[in-house]
Design a protein around this ligand. Structure first.
Ligand SMILES: [Ca+2]
Ligand SMILES: [Ca+2]
Ligand SMILES: [Ca+2]
Length: 625
């Protein structure tokens, strides 16, 4: 831009051979918001010279520099006279000597950024339900229906337009950019991604810049400003499917809501955990079939969601999912818990999946503003709606990393448990009832968000002697309120006088997103030999080096930890001095036995040696009432 402008400014400069110097004024299109105006001139000999701003027709407006004796002019002007901005328009810079005009050069002040009027986005084909002016649904599978999105607008002046398509977390991450220099008038820009672009919403931000450098951006740079949409959003549709509840009893009817523009879908139920095949990606669920494949004709539902009702079989309690495969190969998963018909009858062990935390970390953007409907989108909201399909084709966040290995361990070692969603705990009247049904309650995953009722229930269960195992970290950290299917994050339990360590043994100390991970150092082989039996682990031995260590989020003892809490293993100073991860165990006079892993990813290592043996040992001790 500058390279092109500079010769123009020089060419237009009025440079009389006589006294008056080689006046230059740049840039010729001057945007005070972008950069200052540079005025320079050299004179052969000192003389009294001032620099005056005039209108294009030569009427004086004011002085940039009052007349004084000088050999040269070198000034930068910010577009203000006596602090007052000079309006947009055509002007001249004039050098003025005693009683004469020496030289002058024209330029323009442009204070207005280009605008995009009538900004909207459309797909190729009929709108999908919910599409509106700034939201268009596409399905880039090459079938001719909604394969691309077109942004339309009327540009107010000649400008460079940059279109940026971004996925968002707490900031936009561009995945596609397009830049075009366009004249004033109506235009359209198109985004036709390949089929590899994952299903989710994408923010389309448009930045327009005129020749002078004035710029304006349409589309929010963060979730807080994204509450009021100012730019287009594209929703890439896959097979979005979610059951309206996260848990069902055998024989119940289950409603599934599906959005897809496939011609037909194949549906099959699976049970997660028993399978021996590896799960290679965060957007894949594997399992063993729990029913036949059924084909759902879908051509009547290509423009709107459809509700389909299924009957839950007489299945054992576990984590199940419906896998939907479209005719073009697109896949969606709809996971749900099958709980026991009668709590505690088939098994005296309950395993509670972290269903609240799954939804808290679910960046599914249902309202279509381009930002995830979670407080983790930063600044957008303090609520999350339960029952939203999970973002990555329906797979719960971090399921593969933190949850799957423990399900494998249960199934591969033949453990029978009652699997529960957190909402199922509402079906149990009291901690005493819970203790009557179960000898052990396991929280295998990251159970960060719990309601007051859940906290009370588990605390009472412990108080009357119920055994607990926490295989992750940062558990029971935030209080959430659940109202009409929505979780609202309120405050930290430790700030309302209920520090988690008093229940769990340890509590959250820090998070470094997994930057530093190290193996545990065994500390408790002498005081708790039962846990390490058969592992050959002794005090001072390392645990987890084959994984590259543990960490991510870590817990440690506090003054609130129950008396007699022992450290079984620790990772000293993992996140710096004093930030030590601690695996702990305590027993109470009432007979409760409570284990806590102290790192986020311990349950996620359930199938490796010697962790699987430690879990066997833990199981043997904690399933005994
Ligand atoms: Ca302008
Ligand atoms: Ca399509
Ligand atoms: Ca949103």
């Amino acid at each position: 831009m500058l390279r092109r402008l500079a010769p123009i400014a020089l060419a237009l400069a009025f440079a009389p051979a006589a006294y008056g110097g080689d006046l230059t004024v740049a840039p010729q299109d001057f945007a005070p918001a972008a950069r200052p105006l540079a005025v320079s001139a050299d004179f052969g000999r000192p003389g009294k010279v001032g620099v005056q701003l005039t209108t294009a027709s030569g009427r004086p407006v004011g002085w940039l520099a009052r007349p004084a004796v000088r050999r040269a002019i070198r000034l930068r002007w910010n577009g203000r006279l006596d602090g007052v901005p000079v309006a947009s328009g055509r002007y001249r810079i004039r050098l003025v000597g005693p009683g004469r005009k020496l030289a002058s050069a024209p330029f323009t002040i442009d204070r207005s950024a280009p605008t995009l009027a009538g900004l909207l986005i459309e797909s190729d084909g009929a709108p999908f339900a919910g599409d509106r002016g700034l939201l268009a649904t596409i399905s880039p599978n090459g079938d001719g229906l909604r394969d691309a999105a077109t942004v339309r607008f009327r540009l107010s002046e000649r400008a460079t337009v940059r279109l940026e398509v971004s996925r968002t977390v707490s900031a936009p991450f561009p995945i596609y950019e397009l830049t075009a220099t366009l004249p004033a008038g109506r235009h359209e820009l198109r985004w036709a991604p390949g089929a590899e672009v994952g299903p989710r919403t994408y923010l389309v931000r448009l930045t327009v810049r005129d020749v002078a450098g004035n710029r304006r951006t349409y589309g929010a740079g963060d979730a807080r400003s994204g509450r009021i949409p100012s730019g287009p959003v594209v929703r890439v549709l896959g097979v979005e499917a979610g059951f309206t509840r996260d848990s069902y009893a055998p024989g119940q009817r289950a409603d599934l809501v599906v959005s897809s523009d496939a011609n037909w879908l194949e549906a099959q139920f699976f049970r997660a955990g028993p399978e021996k095949v590896p799960t290679p990606a965060d957007n894949v669920m594997n399992g063993v079939p729990a029913g036949e494949t059924i084909t759902l004709p879908w051509s009547a539902w290509r423009n709107k969601p459809r509700r389909v009702t299924f009957g839950i079989g007489a299945w054992e309690s576990g984590l199940y999912f419906l896998r939907l495969t479209a005719d073009d190969g697109r896949v969606g998963y709809a996971p749900f818990v099958v709980r026991a018909s009668l709590f505690g009858h088939a098994s005296r062990v309950a395993v509670v999946l972290p269903t609240n935390t799954w939804q808290a970390y679910n960046f599914r953007d249902e309202d279509g503003n381009g930002w995830g409907d979670t407080w983790y989108a930063k600044g957008a909201q303090s609520t999350v709606r339960l029952g939203r399909p999970y973002l990555r084709r329906g797979v719960p966040p971090q399921f593969r990393k933190y949850d799957l290995a423990f399900l494998h361990w249960l199934e591969w070692t033949g453990k029978k448990v009652d699997l529960l969603a957190e909402s199922d705990l509402d079906l149990i009247g009291s901690g005493d009832e819970l203790a009557a049904a179960y000898d052990l309650v396991v929280f295998p995953g990251h159970t960060e968000y719990v309601t007051r009722r859940e906290y009370d229930l588990i605390q009472r269960y412990r108080d009357v002697g119920g055994n607990l195992a926490f295989l992750s970290a940062n558990n029971f950290f935030w209080e959430v309120r659940r109202e009409q299917g929505v979780l609202r994050r309120t405050r930290l339990w430790r700030e309302s006088g209920r520090p988690e360590a008093a229940l769990i043994g340890v509590q959250y100390r820090g998070n470094d997103d997994g930057t530093r991970q190290r193996p545990f150092l065994i500390r408790g082989a002498t005081v708790a030999p039962w846990l390490f039996d058969g592992t050959e682990l002794t005090d001072g031995a390392l645990l987890g080096q084959q994984l590259g260590g543990y960490g991510i989020e870590i817990d440690g003892l506090t003054k609130d930890s129950p008396p007699g809490t022992v450290v079984l293993a620790e990772i000293p100073d993992l996140f710096g001095p004093g930030f030590t991860a601690q695996m702990t165990y305590y027993e109470t006079l009432a007979g409760a036995k409570v284990f806590a892993a102290g790192v986020l990813d311990f349950g996620g290592s359930a199938t490796i040696w010697p962790v699987r043996r430690m879990l066997e040992n833990l199981w043997a001790r904690l399933t005994a009432p």
